[in-house]
Design a protein around this ligand. Structure first.
Ligand code: GTP
Ligand code: MG
Length: 182
């Protein structure tokens, strides 16, 4: 199909979650199909772009990777304005990273100055499901889905940035719901 003449949509996507949950790794797996064991904390925020087709539309995802170490509001409200989707990430093996999801979610709503936060597309990713064959898991899928239900039925994906498991699927869903929100 020739889609070259079609309108391109730029979608701004923001990754949030505690330090070490795998935000940078998920982005690198999705965009470059690369994974590194080596942990290098993200400083500030930076984006990469990826083009993909959603139904008959060509979209450009502008994926903003943020630093889990920094206090949330250090990026400033201007950073969050114009976002089309917020991807919250936690580590299924670290309960604390699940407990802080409320803070990330609330802070995003506050900072992004959303007109209608109930309609705004959030997606939750439970990452590192590969670790120890699932034996060191601390947060059950059921618990995660309950949290999603309590926050307005957010879509939920369990992922492994290491193995590339469910990463494409998750970002395709992100692109879909972000473009519907446009
Ligand atoms: P900050 O930049 O500090 O906010 O952290 P981050 O969320 O970007 O985490 P990052 O992607 O840097 O990953 C942290 C560590 O976890 C790294 O050592 C990664 O190799 C590792 N890691 C990330 N995702 C996975 C995964 O799915 N499975 C496994 N086994 N390790 C992972
Ligand atoms: Mg990072």
């Amino acid at each position: 199909m020739d889609i070259s003449h079609k309108k391109r949509t730029l979608l701004k996507v923001i990754l949030l979650g505690d330090s070490g949950v795998g935000k940078t790794s998920l982005m690198n797996q999705y965009v470059y199909r690369k994974f590194s064991q080596h942990y290098k904390a993200t400083i500030g925020a930076d984006f990469v772009t990826k083009e993909l087709q959603v139904d008959d539309k060509l979209v450009t995802l502008q994926i903003w990777d943020t630093a889990g170490q920094e206090r949330f509001n250090s990026l400033g409200a201007a950073f969050y304005r114009g976002a089309d989707c917020c991807v919250l990430v936690y580590d299924v093996n670290a309960h604390k990273t699940f407990d802080t999801l409320n803070n990330w979610h609330d802070e995003f709503i506050k900072q992004a100055d959303l007109n209608d936060h109930e309609a705004f597309p959030f997606v939750l990713l439970g990452n590192k499901v590969d670790v120890d064959g699932g034996n060191s898991r601390k947060v059950t899928e059921k618990k995660a889905r309950e949290w999603c239900a309590s926050r307005g039925n957010l879509p939920y994906f369990e992922t492994s940035a290491k193995e590339g498991y469910n990463v494409e699927e998750a970002f395709l869903n992100v692109a879909k719901i972000a473009s519907e929100n446009e």
